[in-house]
Design a binder for this molecule. Structure first.
Ligand SMILES: Cc1cc2nc3c(=O)[nH]c(=O)nc-3n(C[C@H](O)[C@H](O)[C@H](O)COP(=O)(O)OP(=O)(O)OC[C@H]3O[C@@H](n4cnc5c(N)ncnc54)[C@H](O)[C@@H]3O)c2cc1C
Length: 366
């Protein structure tokens, strides 16, 4: 069996890894470079139980366990570690000492206090997203998978139009027994070819500082200029860097992933916010100024499964803020669906791609 995966983000490469483990012949087609988009620029924060109470809970719990298993068994280092996670409150206007409940790490500024613990090493972890995504691809290649550079610009169909027989890559048909659409927010392009609901791209900015403080992940409530609240996230990493995100963007998704750039002034604002939380961190050297789009659906849940009404084609996208966390269980589920007996470890019904109305192809072209 030959499977063609469109998109080399964390979802596509994790699917490639789990399929290749089952001996399936897999190719990943990537337009710009593995992990060039959100899967290389996200926070890499993982939580066991933060999706509890939502239909995502079983996927998240399974995936949190798979992350630990992969880190323990594969011969790659992607900075996986269990961490404490703290809720921090910070303000430029008021003295925050009355909110202080726990001792703050020494690198936080005097007006940032630790309000409570959000997670312990039993329930929260971190990884370096680009390293994890490329490790999944490289493990898949070791199992016989191939990586094709190219742009997917259509699908090939059998004579009755009811079955996908491959993808059109840079104008040339590449045949496959099954095709997986895993192009993150660019999966919206597949709505031109298949009956699928909309997938949106939500932009976020981030900075990588050359600074290695104590390892806690932090979710900050920052009272910012004019009393506005904002929620930056801070993830120190074991490679001597610290990742900060928390500023959204308005630019529409460009067709070419290589054209995703930070918006004017965004990096400066994010640095200023960071300096309010920790002057030491905010003053350190910036190694990367980044922007990326997370893929989101109308109801906030992923699209994961066979595309309704058309044979030989699957979709896995819309993982929103939890794509790094949920990638392994998503890859496992796709491998079970495509190369197993159809039974899946996780009940995929909440993620059925047919649960919402398909959008008209003309809407995408517009
Ligand atoms: C600021 C920010 C912070 C985040 N923090 C976290 C976090 O802490 N924890 C967590 O679990 N999740 C986090 N996320 C979410 C997570 O990053 C995403 O859900 C995940 O990366 C999506 O992966 P993907 O593979 O679906 O998409 P992408 O990473 O977008 O990959 C899609 C790939 O498809 C390729 N592509 C596009 N068009 C084509 C084409 N025509 N042909 C071939 N290839 C194509 C692109 O080049 C890209 O490589 C964060 C997201 C953002 C934006």
């Amino acid at each position: 069996m030959k499977v063609l995966i469109c998109g080399g983000g964390v979802i596509g490469t994790s699917a490639a890894f789990f399929l290749s483990q089952r001996g399936v012949e897999v190719s990943v087609v990537e337009r710009t470079g593995v992990a060039n988009a959100a899967s290389g620029k996200s926070g890499g924060f993982l939580a066991l139980d933060w999706c509890d109470g939502s239909p995502l809970a079983p996927l998240a719990r399974r995936s949190f366990g798979l992350h630990a298993e992969l880190a323990a068994t594969l011969d790659h280092n992607w900075g996986y570690r269990r961490v404490e996670t703290l809720s921090v409150v910070s303000s430029i206007h008021q003295n925050m000492s009355r909110y202080r409940r726990l001792d703050p790490p020494s690198w936080l500024g005097k007006n940032s206090v630790v309000y409570r613990q959000l997670g312990s090493p039993d329930s929260t972890a971190q990884l370096q997203p680009a390293a994890f995504t490329t490790a999944m691809m490289s493990e898949a290649i070791d199992n016989g998978a191939t990586l094709l550079e190219g742009c997917v610009d259509g699908l090939a169909f059998g004579p009755d139009g009811q079955r996908v027989t491959g993808a059109i890559v840079d104008g040339v048909e590449v045949t496959a027994d099954a095709v997986v659409i895993a192009m993150g927010p660019w999966s919206i392009l597949a709505c031109q070819w298949l009956p699928l609901p909309a997938i949106h791209g939500l932009k976020g900015h981030s900075l990588v500082f050359k600074y290695e403080p104590s390892p806690e992940s932090m979710f900050v409530e920052l009272e910012w200029k004019s009393g506005m609240m904002t929620q930056p996230e801070i993830n120190p990493r074991p490679d001597g860097t610290t990742y900060v995100c928390g500023l959204s963007g308005d630019d529409p998704l460009p067709l070419d992933p290589a054209e995703v750039l930070p918006e004017p002034g965004a990096s400066e604002t994010l640095r200023e916010m960071t300096a309010r939380i920790s002057p030491e961190l905010g003053a350190s050297e910036i190694l990367a100024e980044q922007a990326c789009y997370r893929p989101a659906t109308q109801d906030g849940l992923p699209l994961l499964g066979a595309v309704p009404g058309i044979g030989g084609v699957y979709i896995a996208t819309g993982h929103n803020v939890w794509g790094m966390l949920n990638a392994p269980a998503t890859g496992e589920a796709l491998a079970e669906l495509i190369a197993g007996n159809g039974e899946t470890t996780i009940d995929l019904r909440p993620f059925n791609p047919g649960r919402m109305a398909a959008i008209a192809p003309e809407v995408v072209l517009a």
